[in-house]
Design a binder for this molecule. Sequence first.
Ligand code: SF4
Ligand code: FES
Length: 384
Amino acid sequence: MSGSHVDLQADRVAPPRPQPPLGLLAEVTHRCPLRCTYCSNPLQLDPKSVELDTETWKRVFSEAAELGVIHLHMSGGEPTARRDIVELMRHAAEVGLYTNLITSGIGVSDAQLDALIEAGCDHIQLSMQGADAAITEAVGGYRGGYDKKQAFADAVVARGVPLTLNAVIHRMNIHQVPAMIDKAVAFGAKRLEIAHTQYYGWALKNRAQLMPARADVDRTIDEVESARERLKGTLVIDAVFPDYYARYPKLCNGGWGTRTFSVTPSGKILPCHAAETITHLDFWNVRDRSLAETWYDGPAFNAYRGTGWMQEPCASCERKTVDYGGCRCQALALTGDAAATDPVCIKSPRHAELGALATMEAAVCDPGPAVYRGFRIGQETERR
Ligand code: SF4
Ligand code: FES
């Protein structure tokens, strides 16, 4: 009996201790002036009253640096909506983190930008909703947003801070991809991210309004390829194409609990930005736990780390250490089981259904108005 007990234990291969994380996405607030239809933040936003205070965020950044984090992405919501954003930026730079401010550019004055740069902001990522005022304002739900973004981009470039534009692509703006590439060059950006909408959080509500047609996606792939060639040495273009039309899933976030993690405005430590949608997981909070103990031992981090949790067809698949079964949040949203194979995968029993659903949604001529994000809990307004 004791022999079989020993054999059983020997059969269980303990997952290797993970490497330290490279990146932290710090969502310092959910407050935001924009109301984007594609917002991937959760349906239930954290109100200001539950946000971490200045000293706690500073401790989080110190712990991140000690843990081995290199890149800090300060995001939201709109991170500059916090009154202490300059103090937070200064502390992050002082503890040695490379700081990336992810902003809408709305409401950031020249004086605030100067203070952020003086405090040590290394890089700025500006969101782009369209290539002109009409589309920018229709997608972001903010009148005057386009001019403000243009002025902000000019101010960043004039101060010599590297600028990346992040354009979330969907049915409402996919025809503007070439114009957005031209705009990025005209703005003096160093990098452009063409990121097709991921259907988590709020974006899932608007999937029918956002889903592009396959032919339009194929065209943008060609447009991006030819622009990359033409703009070598001027603009780097990163592109993420919609996975509903793909054959294999993406390696989401570099793998669950492998490269990056997030802290929410109220302090929850998440393996990925959308992980709160997996409601059965136990998320530790920076108010009670250190980042290091959570990264290595947190139950939510270990739930889908490595390959031991996989079901078939992933468990015996030759690609299981390539894509780690795809996205857990998408698997849950589309199948009801976070441990299922991501239906984007051609080996998933749900794959054909997913492709048919995307094709059907994209084929509807008028999917009706999209629902705008609202900051107040439960607030929704329709796009006119
Ligand atoms: Fe990836 Fe699983 Fe599909 Fe294999 S079966 S390609 S591991 S998602
Ligand atoms: Fe959570 Fe992909 S967004 S695992």
